[in-house]
Ligand binder design. Structure first.
Ligand code: C5P
Length: 230
């Protein structure tokens, strides 16, 4: 099977309170989206890459990635899962059912090459696929439903992991699972949850905890620091 990449970049990044979506903020003068895409494309033998963009996106033509012939774009949707599905549909004619699709957030520029190759190596012969993930480090509390956020209980964290990206699944299974989950209006915040809803068990592959998703303004400086240590 061949490897294909989808990097959803159609979000508007509301929590960043910036003038533009977070994937178009800059670290060391480069767009976050360019850092993410070049790191991935230089580190694994992808046959192609699809980037779903917001319909009103006007930054893409200014990226380095827009001049890379291996990278194509399509129109994303109102939710992350819709953006990924739109990319999967746009790739349909080039991709075989059992080819691998890796989905990686545009806003995660700090992915280590070793984590990427580890994920691919571990899952390449697996029927379903899986994702990078990191064991939870903090003690977790469940809040009651009141306004004070009083602690209802401490949650056992011994088998809890944070889901990271890339997530890597077989093409046909991913398309069918996302379509079914969206049709049934299930909460799909990542590809793995759609695969789980379809009755399959993705594999967790331990990745570095510093593969952070830039979400709030302070994450930008932190990502810059992490990248400077690579
Ligand atoms: O908002 P969040 O941090 O969950 O977004 C994760 C990734 O999904 C980002 O790269 C964002 O651009 C992308 N996304 C998308 N289409 C949406 C919402 C988010 O491609 N409708």
């Amino acid at each position: 099977p061949r490897l294909w990449l989808i990097v959803p970049a159609a979000g508007i990044g509301q929590r960043m309170q910036a003038g533009q979506p977070k994937q178009y903020l800059r670290i060391d003068q480069r767009f976050i989206l360019d850092i993410t895409l070049s790191r991935l494309m230089d580190s694994a033998p992808f046959s192609g890459c699809m980037v779903p963009l917001h319909p009103a996106d006007h930054w893409w033509p200014d990226t380095e990635a827009s001049r890379d012939s291996r990278i194509q774009t399509c129109t994303g949707g109102s939710e992350r899962a819709c953006s990924v599905l739109s990319a999967l549909h746009a790739m349909a004619e080039q991709v075989a059912d059992d080819d691998w699709i890796l989905v990686h957030d545009a806003a995660r520029p700090c992915l280590h090459t070793r984590d990427l190759s580890n994920l691919i190596e571990r899952l390449y012969d697996h029927p379903v696929g899986g994702l990078l993930a990191s064991p939870v480090a903090d003690t977790l509390k469940r809040a009651d439903t009141g306004e004070l956020h009083e602690v209802a209980e401490t949650v056992d964290r011994s088998d809890l992991w944070r889901a990271l990206t890339p997530q890597m699944f077989r093409y046909r299974l991913l398309v069918d699972s996302l379509e079914a989950a969206l049709r049934e209006e299930l909460p799909v915040t990542d590809e793995s949850s759609a695969i789980e809803f379809s009755g399959n068990m993705p594999v967790l592959v331990e990745g570095r905890p510093d593969n952070l998703k830039i979400t709030v303004p302070a994450d930008l400086a932190l990502a810059g620091f992490i990248l400077s240590r690579f």
